[in-house]
Design a protein around this ligand. Structure first.
Ligand SMILES: [Zn+2]
Length: 461
């Protein structure tokens, strides 16, 4: 028991702390109201805009060339395009915005304005801006060339600078623009927030690129800043191959602590769990399937069949190729992002296989051999009919050399081997610069092994 005088002292101290914290809370609330918003075109009376936009959510705010584009709220400048590199012949979607600025508000929302005639002098990525601060001037750059001058205004979750599909807009700004015109402080509501991860792993180094059947976010974490984009994908088979997700998490922690492991030319994008529903369900065989009980490594558009198998038993490949949200999301993320190579992590075959059966096989096999050399995994391929609708096969056919690495067991990480593999993966990705005039390397023959033996090694794929 505490003696009476001490109890009074404690009571007084607690009262004082409560009083002080109350005062602090009140003054903080008075200084910083939750979200301050201004109309992004100033002065607003020269602006005209409609509720509709052509085929995705965004708003074109029409105003004379030279009208100010200002920060709609307090935040940090995240991306600046100072050059108009749009070419109508190629119509590269990454270049369509011309001169553009995006910022991430303190509300966690990304705001993007494009077709500018100029970017505000002195503006830099990482710079803090206040609501109403000029970001640039309205113009006709990018694919607005020859159209009435306007600001293309997009609202989205924070994403990577060249993710044009997201940055152009994912919710309609119209109701918010109307509210801000009237002086209402209304925060945009996004379909989902960016990764909840904290600290160094938060946006813009983490993005949610889709959702699973049961609504779990599909997250990708970015390491490095080089132009060569590499995708590392864990747990396509969910809980049954949970150690592939564990390997991805350990790898991410290791990369955070050792950023020089990422080559200057490369950027690693790690998807720790492509099948979070399966991971949440079970660590046994039925943890392999997604929320629709589909095997999402039988759902891709290469040799897809309505009757799919795994270890001789029937598994659900989905109603058609890409019927599942997880396969759709990864397909779009890697193709839109122009990835150079992709690696899928499985268990437990202790080998590496090349996506090869729908084209692109030579590059994938060379990739597989490079990984096999440093890890000691066997570089193998499957007989034609074993695995249908497989992810690495499909990405290889799309010009993204891809392999599946099978960890040796269902529990271990094969840590040393996979750290070595990381170097080989980056080397291959850099050497694999796209140049259609260079013929593919000659096929290296791999002996085919008897079917049951392959299944024993490859039980996870
Ligand atoms: Zn697998």
């Amino acid at each position: 028991m505490i003696s009476t005088p001490l109890r009074y002292l404690w009571a007084a101290l607690i009262a004082l702390v409560l009083l002080l914290s109350g005062v602090v809370a009140i003054s903080a609330a008075a200084e910083q109201p939750a979200g301050r918003y201004v109309f992004p075109v100033q002065p607003p009376d020269v602006a005209r805009f409609a509720p509709e936009h052509h085929d995705y959510p965004a708003t074109d705010i029409f105003a004379p060339v030279g009208t100010l584009f200002v920060a709609p709220t307090d935040g940090v400048v995240e991306f600046i395009s100072r050059e108009d590199a749009w070419n109508p012949q190629t119509d590269d979607p990454v270049m369509r915005g011309g001169l553009a600025v995006s910022m991430v508000g303190d509300d966690g929302v990304r705001y993007y304005g494009s077709h500018l005639s100029e970017v505000a002098a002195g503006l830099a990525v990482g710079m803090r801006v206040r609501a109403g601060q000029p970001l640039g001037r309205i113009g006709q750059s990018g694919n607005a060339r020859g159209t009435p001058s306007h600001l293309h205004f997009g609202i989205s979750h924070p994403t990577f600078p060249d993710d044009w599909l997201v940055r152009r807009g994912e919710v309609s700004p119209y109701p918010y623009l109307q509210a801000w015109l009237k002086g209402e402080m209304r925060t945009p509501e996004l379909p989902y927030r960016s990764c909840a991860a904290s600290g160094a792993m938060s946006a813009p180094n983490c993005e949610v690129f889709g959702y699973s059947v049961q609504g779990r976010p599909l997250e990708v974490y970015r390491f490095g800043n080089g132009p060569v984009k590499i995708a590392l994908i864990g747990a396509i088979h969910g809980g049954y191959e949970w150690n592939s997700a564990a390997l991805m998490h350990r790898l991410m922690a290791h990369l955070l602590a050792n950023p020089t492991l990422v080559f200057t030319q490369t950027t690693l994008y790690v998807v720790p769990v492509l099948n979070p529903d399966g991971l949440a369900r079970s660590g046994g065989p039925d943890g392999r399937f997604n929320g629709n009980m589909v095997d999402i490594n039988r759902n891709w558009g290469c040799l897809w069949q309505a009757r799919a198998e795994w270890k001789g038993r029937a598994v659900n490949p989905g109603a058609q190729p890409f019927s599942e949200p997880e396969t759709q999301a990864l397909r779009d993320f890697l193709l839109n992002g122009r990835f150079r190579v992709a690696v899928f992590y499985h268990s437990a075959g202790g080998m590496v296989t090349a996506g090869a059966r729908c084209g692109g096989g030579d590059a994938s096999r060379a990739f597989s051999h490079a990984i096999a050399r440093v890890t000691g995994y066997m570089s193998m391929r499957f007989p034609q009919s074993d695995v249908t609708g497989e992810a690495a096969d499909w990405f290889a056919s799309q010009g993204i050399p891809a392999v599946a690495i099978e960890l040796s067991t269902h529990t271990g990480l094969d840590w040393t081997q996979n750290l070595k593999a990381l170097r080989a993966i980056q080397q291959v990705a850099i050497e694999n610069a796209p140049n259609p005039s260079v013929p593919e390397a000659p096929t290296i023959p791999i002996p085919s092994l008897p079917y049951p033996l392959i299944w024993r090694w490859a039980e996870g794929l």
